[in-house]
Design a protein around this ligand. Structure first.
Ligand code: ADP
Length: 405
């Protein structure tokens, strides 16, 4: 129950929602003798019912399975009419969902099974209370109400198990894809190094033999190899994010941003950029390399995608209850709102290389890092009027269950 965040308080709420009163529970507990008298027959009829349909028949693989199923059904019937609806009872209902998922009993079949029980019990209760139809009806209703609660619990756990299985499969697929990308990228690096090195040798040692056109072609070849190397490097950074779990520690973000600014000093000076931030950014429990990467990408973009003689970047942070919202505001070229979703996808760029250099992976890396922490990243921008990138980081990063480290 803990796994789904269900406690007895929640169960009581559900009981009152379906209108199952204490009095009705007492009515059920007074029916132990009725249950003992009919349980075997009901379970036998239930077995015949399962045999009658191809889908359910297929689940009755062997005698031990059948024996287990019939024993558990009998136990369930006796439990209902004992009226002991305690924590252990509801744990068992959730477990039913786990078993259904394991054996492949789809909800459509399982729900129909309940209507089979309801029909058969209705008839038996009506016969038992033939002379007191009112009392019989109240018991019949009570059974239906507890069935509703039990059915929903089993369904919830069924879908919970289903979700976990899908998530495991998805994680495996992602890991396979990442492994493949890493392998291919590593293999590509080797021939690229050769192309870059030999075009450099040609340019240095055979320059006299080349005319201007030849030199231009060779330079172009070398630059293409360098660019390809950058693309591979960024691609590897992107995929390695899902392999390595974050290295969490308390990080002074003020000091981290100062460090990042220092690393970008060359372009800051070259572009005469003014970078300012709210003093005292918080200390946060995070991976300093990953958050440093986010800062670096956003800050370098804010300077790069700016045609002003002296770009200005303002970084701020707002504290919320469970997280911080950071913003990187620039007075650069801005983005046409139509392309906003696109820029967070790997290798998506809005400008040609000769206008603004880059690989188009920086924001995809930021998104992956931030979402890995359970945060969000978004942008507000107007073309020609600058952009503000916002992102949130929780004070306590979410537990990551899919690290492949
Ligand atoms: P890169 O900077 O290598 O092109 P990014 O993934 O960092 O790759 O950015 C993707 C695209 O988003 C950029 O090519 C650019 O078109 C746009 N972009 C990113 N940051 C800004 C910004 N601050 N102002 C305007 N456009 C931006």
């Amino acid at each position: 129950m803990k796994e789904l965040g269900i406690d007895m308080e929640e169960i009581r709420r559900r009981m009152s929602f379906v209108g199952l009163s204490k009095e009705e529970i007492q009515l059920l507990s007074g029916m132990e003798a009725f249950a003992l008298g009919h349980a075997d027959r009901i379970v036998a009829a239930f077995y015949q019912h399962l045999l009658a349909f191809k889908e359910t028949r297929a689940l009755l693989k062997d005698q031990p399975t059948v024996d287990r199923l019939l024993a558990s059904q009998k136990e369930y019937l006796l439990e209902i009419f004992s009226g002991r609806f305690d924590k252990a009872y509801f744990e068992r209902r959730l477990q039913t969902g786990a078993v259904h998922h394991r054996i492949g009993l789809a909800p459509k079949l399982y729900i129909s099974t309940y209507s089979f029980y309801e029909n058969i019990l209705s008839r038996l209760i009506a016969a038992a209370y033939e002379h007191e139809p009112d009392r019989g009806m109240r018991r019949d209703l009570a059974v239906r109400k507890i069935f509703r609660i039990d059915m929903v619990l089993a369904l919830e756990f069924y879908f919970h198990s289903y979700f976990l299985e899908m998530k495991t499969r998805l994680d495996e697929n992602i890991k396979e894809m990442d492994d493949f990308t890493r392998m291919v990228s590593h293999d590509l690096k080797e021939p690229l190094r050769g192309i870059e090195a030999f075009s450099s040798f040609l340019l240095e040692d055979y320059t006299a033999l080349l005319d201007e056109k030849g030199k231009r072609y060779l330079n172009f070849l070398k630059e293409s190899a360098v660019r390809m190397k950058e693309l591979i490097h960024d691609l590897l950074t992107l995929v390695s994010l899902s392999r390595k779990g974050p290295n969490l520690e308390n990080v002074d973000l003020d000091a981290l941003l100062t460090e990042v600014k220092h690393d970008l000093e060359f372009s800051i000076q070259q572009r005469k950029a003014k970078v300012q931030w709210t003093p005292h950014l918080p200390t946060l429990y995070c991976d300093r390399i990953q958050v440093g990467e986010v800062f670096k990408n956003l800050l370098s973009n804010a300077i790069k995608f700016n045609t002003k003689t002296s770009p200005s970047v303002e970084i701020a942070v707002r504290e919320e209850k469970a997280f911080y919202t950071f913003s990187f505001k620039d007075d650069g070229i801005g983005i046409d709102p139509r392309y906003i979703a696109q820029i967070f996808r790997p290798f998506e760029r809005l400008h040609p290389q000769d206008e603004f250099e880059g690989t188009g992976v920086g924001l995809a890396i930021c998104k992956k890092i931030i979402e890995g922490y359970g945060g969000k990243i978004w942008i507000e921008s107007k073309e020609g009027e600058g952009s503000t990138f916002f992102f949130t980081l929780p004070k306590r990063p979410k537990q990551r269950g899919n690290d492949h480290a």
